[in-house]
Design a protein around this ligand. Structure first.
Ligand SMILES: O=C(O)C1=C[C@@H](OP(=O)(O)O)[C@@H](O)[C@H](O)C1
Ligand SMILES: C=C(OP(=O)(O)O)C(=O)O
Length: 441
């Protein structure tokens, strides 16, 4: 089934909403809960396709994962066993990569698979450190389906080749079951949700500063985790980015996002909005011991172009498509560097974002890992190819809220991988996102 949608300008957006639970934290809570002895309760879990796939994979290893009510789940860990069937991770890079690490640590044999997009994404970045740890795998050209061969991993010293929290977390999760210590050097820091959550499950880990803002993580091997009590999942800053972006480009808007996680490795988009001149206020509302949380209010103000250097990219890596849309409405030329990783996300997001903007009348230049956008008053009217990528779909729909002519997308279904309530929530703020047609069956 293909669902095409149209987004058109209707006036200012107003209101206060809570974004859904954070996707990164949701995956980790399920996986750590599945490894721990006893029952963990997770509240505010993101009930989106990517996370639900991880829930069923964790079940596939023998843990009990049960939905108790909206967003409220229990996970009772088990000694992991080798699943008879391949585990299907759907569209989720985080799910596949973190689960590979966890499975390697538990010594199980397992095959992971995913949808067409995930089958195209690089997995060698996980298989290489796992091989160093002594875990053999079978994969054609480093892509899914991947078969891991069970065995006892050994701790390694590993320097992250890129600032990827998925690689870092996979090595940490494998290290939990390893013989000996695992040491990870992280020259450029990236999101640290695994490190923050581990102690709640009795996990031991020390973090030392490395010169230049980096870190060295030391994780003892052979750890037995214990249930994490209640793990609250804060609001997802990457989802909050869409209504905030809409308020930033639609004149007269005032929108509040409640309970948004403000982990310093995830706030790059909010900092970029402020640097462009958006009137964004942040009121901390708690959560300091695990993940910080705040209410964010954005009042429309005219925007100016910015330059974001490569070292900042990990702090807003998933937000670049929507940031590029915002830049299209800012006076001047914006430039974003260090975007090579965008080429291996759910789609080639650098190419898909450039095409999205061009289809709506924006002048854009790209290189292998950068983009330049000439901002102004884009006319819109474009038909956007989403390449089955949720973030491209939501970015295009937000653009249509501010352009003279409506923006259409070829498929809204993938939005369900990270933000199932997106369309209703945006329309509740005053947007006009409407289905165009449904083809096939
Ligand atoms: O660890 C995580 O939860 C994530 C890490 C990032 O990927 P990389 O590790 O590939 O940078 C991000 O793009 C992804 O959406 C979620
Ligand atoms: C890149 C993303 O997710 P994943 O890597 O988990 O597929 C994303 O949600 O933008």
């Amino acid at each position: 089934m293909v669902s095409t949608y149209r987004s058109r300008r209707v006036g200012p957006l107003n209101g206060a909403i809570s974004p859904p639970g954070d996707k990164s934290v949701s995956h980790r809570a399920l996986i750590l809960g599945g490894l721990a002895e006893g029952t963990t309760t997770i509240t505010g879990l993101l009930e989106a396709d990517d996370v639900l796939r991880t829930a069923s994979c964790v079940r596939g290893f023998g843990a009990a994962v049960e939905r108790q009510g909206e967003g409220s789940w229990t996970v009772t860990g088990a000694s992991w066993s080798s699943p008879a069937q391949a585990l299907y991770c759907g569209n989720s890079g985080t799910g596949a990569r973190l689960l590979m690490g966890a499975a390697a640590g538990q010594g199980v044999s397992v095959t992971f698979d995913g949808d067409q997009s995930l089958r195209g994404r690089p997995m060698e970045r996980i298989l290489a450190p796992l091989r160093e740890m002594g875990i053999e795998s079978d994969a054609r050209e480093g892509k899914l389906p991947v078969r891991l061969v069970g065995g006892r991993p050994r701790g390694i010293e590993y320097r992250l080749p890129k600032p990827s929290a998925q690689i870092k977390s996979a090595v940490l999760l494998a290290g939990l079951g390893a013989e000996g210590e695992t040491v990870i050097e992280e020259p450029v820091p990236c999101r640290d949700h695994t490190e923050r959550m581990l102690p709640q499950f009795g996990g031991r880990l020390t973090i030392e500063p490395l010169g230049g803002g980096g870190r060295r993580l030391r994780l003892p091997g052979a750890q037995r985790l214990t249930a994490g009590g209640i793990v609250p999942v804060p609001g997802d800053p990457s989802s909050a980015a869409f209504p905030l972006a809409a308020a930033a480009i639609v004149d007269g808007s005032v929108v509040t996002l409640r309970g948004v996680m403000t982990n310093p490795h995830r706030t790059g988009f909010f900092e970029a909005l402020s640097a462009m001149g958006a009137d964004l206020s942040t009121v901390p509302v708690g959560g300091e011991e695990g993940e910080a949380i705040a209410d964010l209010t954005l009042r429309y103000a005219p925007l100016t172009a910015i330059h974001i250097t490569a070292d900042k990219a990990p702090g807003l890596i998933d937000e670049y498509p929507i940031l590029c849309v915002v830049a299209a409405f800012a006076a001047g030329t914006s430039r974003f560097d260090g975007l090579g990783e965008l080429r291996v996300k759910e789609s080639d997001r650098l190419a898909a974002t450039a095409a999205l903007l061009r289809a709506n009348g924006v002048d854009v230049r790209t290189g292998e890992d950068w983009i330049e956008i000439d901002g102004g008053r884009p006319g819109g009217g474009g038909a956007v190819a989403t390449h089955h990528d949720h973030r491209i779909a939501m970015s295009a729909l937000v653009m249509g809220m501010a352009t003279a002519a409506p923006v259409t997308i070829d498929d809204a279904d993938m939005i369900a991988t990270s933000f199932p309530g997106f369309i209703d929530l945006m329309n509740g703020l005053g947007a006009a996102i409407e289905p165009m047609a449904t083809e096939g069956g």
